[in-house]
Ligand binder design. Structure first.
Ligand SMILES: Nc1ncnc2c1ncn2[C@@H]1O[C@H](COP(=O)(O)OP(=O)(O)OP(=O)(O)O)[C@@H](O)[C@H]1O
Length: 271
């Protein structure tokens, strides 16, 4: 399956022969991937496939790997600081310095990115308001719900207006209205030419927001293309179905029966 997107321009991210082992365990196996400006990449795969490891390498958090990663032509192993400035990373779970208010935390982040307060302050206030956190700007974050924290993380990740945004399960804990806002935000950022690398297990959302889906399993790319092209190749309707066709080793219905069976005594009586 092939890449999609504007291949007449240089890729924003070029990954060549990327392999990574933890001790004796190889978790990424010779990955090649070229990602183009404005693409929304849905990066999917089963638990343990190697998604977070790829993301950590792209964000410069893991530097001991084989192969080459170029971000806008900059080699990440040679100049990780330059690459970090181009990338916004929104992790699923992160330390938020919970004794701070969202404004204090975002100002700290803006300082790390060396942003001009005249630009960053109104930007963070507008985003907090848009996410319905206007009344909580001066409230310590240890009183925040999971979804409220996730919104602050999201704002922190895009505050410096990066050209590449890496989102790791960004919708985790968000309510239905906030999910709509984030999906809309992703599509508008992509229209502005930003490149989005979106990791998620929520197949229905990946199907809708991504214009290119890359599926990895056991550290290798199994599929790469638009949702429509994957549908055509696999003869399957939903991304959930395509995912399980490509990655499930067992019959999932039998597995569910086994799990239910674990709650029953021999002979079928319920505990
Ligand atoms: N620091 C580490 N030390 C040793 N093994 C690790 C380490 N981090 C990850 N692994 C292993 O590498 C493999 C890939 O992990 P990774 O976190 O990249 O998967 P993932 O696709 O993000 O999974 P999930 O969907 O469950 O988050 C797994 O087998 C995991 O156990």
């Amino acid at each position: 399956m092939t890449e999609t997107g504007n291949e007449s321009v240089n890729p924003v991210i070029r990954i060549s022969g990327l392999s990574k082992s933890y001790g004796a365990k190889q978790v990424l196996n010779n990955i090649d991937l070229a990602i183009y400006p404005g693409q929304v990449i849905g990066y999917i795969g089963p638990n343990g496939a190697g998604k977070s490891t790829t993301v950590k390498i792209l964000c410069g958090l893991i530097s001991d790997f084989e192969g080459e990663v170029l971000v806008n032509g900059v080699n990440i192993q040679q100049d990780p600081v330059a690459v970090k400035k181009m990338i916004g990373y929104v992790p699923e779970l992160a330390e938020l310095y919970e004794v701070l208010t969202p404004l204090e935390f975002l100002e700290l982040m803006a300082g790390l990115y060396q942003l001009d307060p005249a630009i960053s302050r109104p930007r963070m206030e507008k985003m907090l308001l848009a996410f319905g956190l206007g009344a909580n700007m001066q409230q310590r974050m240890d009183t925040f719900s999971k979804g409220m924290r996730q919104k602050v993380l999201l704002i922190a990740g895009i505050l410096h207006d990066p050209s590449i945004i890496i989102l790791d399960e960004p919708l985790s804990g968000l309510d239905a209205n906030s999910v709509i806002i984030v999906k809309e935000l992703i599509s508008r950022l992509a229209k502005e030419g930003k490149t989005i690398f979106y990791c998620s297990h929520m197949m229905d959302v990946v199907e809708k927001v991504s214009d290119r889906i890359v599926l990895i399993n056991q550290g290798s790319i199994l599929a790469d293309g638009s949702f429509e092209s994957l549908q055509e190749q696999m003869g399957a309707g939903s991304l959930e179905r395509i995912f399980s066709q490509l990655t499930a080793t067992d019959n999932l219905s039998d597995t569910a029966s086994e799990l239910i069976g674990a709650f029953r005594k021999e002979g079928g009586a319920h505990e």
